[in-house]
Design a protein around this ligand. Structure first.
Ligand SMILES: Cc1cc2nc3c(=O)[nH]c(=O)nc-3n(C[C@H](O)[C@H](O)[C@H](O)COP(=O)(O)OP(=O)(O)OC[C@H]3O[C@@H](n4cnc5c(N)ncnc54)[C@H](O)[C@@H]3O)c2cc1C
Length: 378
């Protein structure tokens, strides 16, 4: 990846922070409480204190105003080193809607929150509205100068640690089902909001969120009332590139660990790395990751050129490829590490479980294929 001097300096600062936070595997395991935590507030605090969060968010709203390329460098590098700040990517995703459609006060609140190491949530999915988000029935009704929200959301990443929830709610039942949806910025501490963890095959990430007579002022509406569908259609490209950048870093992390393992693990009188069959599989993985990275940074450069609204198809390709590369890499690493891949102590099985989720969230990969198909005119 070709970087400017400024971007290279930024990357060095990120690498230094990663090394300070995670000097070795033992430190990483302590920070993540043995892979049971995806986020450590101390990691957010250190990155915030070094001005390394809110990288691509605009200066006028309180962000660092750097390039999206640098944002991807941060996402990739922290994933590669296993720095537990997974909620950062969710917060960045939430920020895209606020930045595009929010008013100045909303933008500044969210950017300040992210830059200082706090979390933000995207609160869209419902029990009856997953891939088919337009089926959402969580409703907001006007009451005086306020809106009152009732309903239930599910699979909401990091709602348990978020400062605000960006809630998709139905404000009108007239028109098509894509009409009458609106976005709200709801402080997570608002009375009537209840967050309950969902147990999964991975660490605690997702939650059910219940809204019972949740009253918010009219200034909480993000963007135009009833226009959420159109608002969301834009901005999703960035989310998918964010996921792809993380997947590139996470895949590289698994491969780094596998490479160390096969060099030191002796069977049949020689390290496993001396077996051609093993080497070739690792060469294939390294090649896949290199191609993924090149694509991520190509898209990042185009986002930096202001072309994000033209990247719908490509961003879906990046998300699809990134998550499939990550899942395949993690599965191969488990296999090639044998019992040491399967055992929890060595951390690879945890990476496989993390990888599986990336093929589902941010839009299931089958839905990404549909978007790509449409982009191809099919
Ligand atoms: C770990 C995790 C984190 C998440 N974080 C968030 C979050 O922060 N905020 C949020 O709002 N949501 C979040 N989600 C929800 C996520 O976006 C949905 O799970 C996803 O969109 C799929 O919806 P669903 O689970 O209801 O599956 P369904 O819509 O029921 O789909 C099930 C499966 O059917 C297939 N399928 C669905 N539609 C099609 C189609 N049109 N063509 C072909 N195949 C299809 C796919 O294989 C899909 O995986 C998260 C989910 C997970 C697992």
């Amino acid at each position: 990846v070709r970087l400017t001097d400024q971007q290279r300096q930024f990357l060095e600062a990120v690498q230094k922070a990663c090394t300070d936070l995670v000097p070795d595997e033992a430190a990483r395991r302590t920070l993540t409480a043995d892979d049971t935590l995806l986020n450590a507030q101390s990691a957010f605090d250190l990155l915030a204190s070094r001005d390394l969060l809110g990288v691509s968010l605009p200066v006028e709203d309180g962000g660092l105003g750097r390039t999206f390329t640098e944002e991807c460098l941060l996402l990739e590098e922290t994933s590669r080193k296993g720095v537990p700040i997974m909620a950062y990517s969710t917060a960045l995703t939430a920020a895209q809607s606020y930045l595009k459609w929010g008013d100045r006060a909303q933008r500044q609140t969210i950017v300040e929150s992210i830059r200082s190491g706090h979390q933000e949530s995207v609160t869209f999915t419902e029990p009856g509205a997953g891939s088919d988000l337009a089926a959402a029935i969580t409703a907001a009704r006007p009451d005086g100068d306020d809106w009152v929200i009732d309903g239930r959301k599910t699979w909401i990443s990091f709602a348990h640690i978020a400062s605000h929830l960006l809630v998709l709610a139905r404000t009108s039942s007239e028109g098509t089902r894509h009409e009458g949806l609106s976005l709200f910025m709801v402080p997570a501490s608002t009375p009537g909001v209840r967050v309950e963890p969902i147990h999964t095959m991975g660490a605690h990430m997702v939650n059910d969120v219940y809204f019972s007579e949740v009253r918010v002022p009219s200034s909480s509406v993000v963007g135009e009332l009833g226009q959420a569908w159109g608002h969301l259609a834009r901005g999703l490209a960035v989310e998918r590139v964010i996921i792809a950048a993380m997947c590139a870093g996470a895949s590289a992390r698994a491969l780094d660990q596998l490479t160390r393992h096969v060099k030191s693990r002796v069977q049949f009188g020689a390290p496993l790395s001396k077996k051609q069959a093993v080497r070739h599989r690792i060469a294939d993985l390294a090649t896949e990751i290199a191609v993924l990275r090149a694509y991520v940074y190509d898209l990042a450069a185009r986002i930096d050129d202001g072309l994000e609204d033209t990247l719908n198809t490509e961003a879906s390709m990046a998300k699809l490829k990134g998550s499939e590369v990550f899942k395949h890499t993690a599965l191969e690493c488990v296999q090639l590490m044998g019992g040491y891949g399967y055992g929890s102590e060595f951390g690879m099985e945890q990476q496989l479980r993390t990888a599986v989720a990336t093929t589902i969230y941010g839009g299931a990969n089958e839905v990404q294929r549909e978007i790509i198909g449409r982009g191809l005119g099919l």
